[in-house]
Design a protein around this ligand. Structure first.
Ligand SMILES: Cc1cc2nc3c(=O)[nH]c(=O)nc-3n(C[C@H](O)[C@H](O)[C@H](O)COP(=O)(O)OP(=O)(O)OC[C@H]3O[C@@H](n4cnc5c(N)ncnc54)[C@H](O)[C@@H]3O)c2cc1C
Length: 475
């Protein structure tokens, strides 16, 4: 973390044009963009700036949204979806431009995102590439051989390469954004929770522990923690907690031989297996998802196990840091951006795709307030939908578990197909053929996939069998 100046709590009553509640990336961007346009703005943050999701995430700045492109097109039509994708790309470009203007030290941007498939469904993946390209994303398809030349994992098949994505140190980015906002005139108060809000009347009134704020407009950018202030708005989000580890330094040659790609990598649609190399010789790896937050220490072994399963050649990696963070998912997986009532604005629900979309939302809301711009109406098809309370959370957890199981089964089937293909394309000795036939007759189909994976891995790494079975016990 870069050094950050103390930002004391609000101690005297204030009268401003705009009050922003929440000092994550959405609130900070909105405050900065309002201030840049010459209006007075005060930002109230209950804890520390970017102390929640915005400073705890893995720093992938990607185009698009948490929602699948196909679903968005089905809901709003292709042209409307294309406009939405252009807005998300503008959010991504805003992050890039801000870094260029404020300096990259401490943010360490790296280019690119590889979205890797663990099944042999080239047709499906290349269809997605076609749609993303049509929506304006700069993407290219990587065939399995190219993927495995960069990411030496036998689990991987084809991938989508997002050329204009980048990775950043998100907390340091947020701190630079705050400093830029203050330079432009924004006033930022930490340890200042908004305790209540009276949104009626031309001037909205906000009560904090020591003072009150009166403002013509209020921007609600509190994400899932808004529940104390506006429970009905917060109830439209399912809070999802995910877990991140950073390993101890790994021998650089061994690490880069395994992970030869310097940008971001994701290998599921779930919270699992999003990773990148940080500070040259460590892996940052995130995964797992729970709807009730748990101690991140409980997930250290599981996440280290995910690394070992993907890159057994790295051996056992030690974990130096572990933390969690909570994001807010909407039912439709699209952000909530717009005017709830006269002068009351919402910028929330960014899910696991918040780095481009918080920048986008902050800009859209600031333009709406100061210039009367109506771009926010593009998001009205994605209205506030109750997320189902405890039942919604339980259903979300079940969906994660079921998806993980079905994905694992699909991966095993893909590996079994690949192993079978290799067997038929390799010249076989009579003994090998007999062994293969025997193993086919006694191993259940799912386990056969696992075994094929380990055999393939052994072949590639020339590792002794006992080391491999030790790995299997870890899985
Ligand atoms: C582990 C993890 C990894 C992720 N990885 C990525 C990634 O790689 N790429 C990506 O695009 N997205 C990622 N995300 C999602 C992304 O981090 C979030 O979508 C985004 O940061 C949300 O920003 P926000 O400003 O809406 O909310 P937050 O960052 O949660 O900020 C909300 C702030 O509002 C404050 N607040 C709430 N109520 C009040 C109140 N009453 N008064 C005053 N202040 C209040 C809170 O204290 C908090 O600081 C990840 C999320 C997590 C948790």
């Amino acid at each position: 973390m870069l050094p950050a100046p103390p930002r004391p709590p609000l101690a005297v009553d204030l009268d401003v044009d705009v009050a922003v509640i929440g000092g994550g990336l959405a609130g900070l961007t909105a405050a900065r963009e309002v201030a840049r346009r010459g209006w007075s703005v005060a930002l109230l943050e209950a804890g520390r700036l970017a102390g929640s999701a915005s400073g705890r995430n893995t720093g992938f700045v990607l185009p698009g949204f948490a929602a699948d492109a196909e679903k968005v097109v089905a809901r709003v039509g292709f042209e409307h979806a294309k406009d939405l994708w252009a807005l998300s790309q503008a959010g991504l470009d805003y992050v890039r431009d801000t870094i260029a203007a404020e300096g990259a030290d401490g943010i360490d941007p790296e280019a690119g995102w590889l979205y890797v498939s663990k099944v042999d469904d080239s047709d499906g993946l290349f269809r997605s590439i076609g749609l993303l390209g049509d929506l304006g994303c700069e993407v290219e398809g990587w065939p399995t051989e190219r993927v495995r030349a960069f990411l030496r994992s036998e689990r991987y098949f084809d991938a989508i390469h997002f050329l204009r994505a980048l990775t950043i140190h998100p907390l340091n980015y947020a701190l630079k954004l705050a400093a830029a906002a203050e330079r432009d005139g924004a006033r930022i108060f930490e340890a200042t929770p908004a305790l209540s809000i009276d949104p009626s009347g031309v001037r909205k009134r906000i009560v904090t522990p020591a003072a009150r704020v009166r403002a013509g407009h209020v921007v609600l950018a509190g994400n899932v923690e808004l529940k104390g202030l506006l429970p009905r708005v917060a109830a439209t989000l399912v809070p999802i907690t995910t877990y991140v580890i950073v390993t101890a330094p790994i021998d650089r040659a061994r690490l880069t031989a395994a992970v030869g790609y310097r940008g971001a990598v994701s290998d599921t649609d779930l919270a699992d297996n999003h990773y990148r190399i940080v500070v040259g010789d460590r892996l940052m790896w995130s995964g797992r998802a729970t709807v009730w937050p748990r101690n991140p220490r409980r997930y250290r072994a599981a996440l280290a196990g995910d690394i070992a399963k993907t890159y057994p050649q790295l051996g056992r990696v030690a974990v130096d840091y572990a933390w969690n963070g909570t994001l807010g998912n909407t039912v439709h997986r699209m952000p909530q951006i717009g005017e709830l009532g006269p002068g009351v604005w919402l910028a929330s629900g960014f899910g696991g795709h918040g780095l481009d979309t918080t920048a986008m939302a902050g800009n859209i809301v600031a333009r709406a307030i100061v210039e009367g711009d109506e771009t926010w109406r593009k998001f009205t098809p994605f209205e506030l939908v109750w997320a189902g309370g405890v039942f919604g959370r339980t259903a979300a957890q079940l969906r994660v578990w079921i998806k993980r199981l079905t994905d694992a089964a699909a991966e095993r089937r893909a590996k079994a197909r690949e192993a079978a293909q290799r067997r038929t394309s390799e010249p076989q000795t009579p003994n090998a053929a007999a062994n293969a036939a025997a193993s086919e007759s006694i191993v259940p189909s799912d386990a056969r996939g696992d075994e094929a994976e380990h055999v393939a891995q052994r072949r590639q790494d020339s590792e002794p069998a006992d080391q491999d079975s030790h790995q299997r016990a870890d899985d």
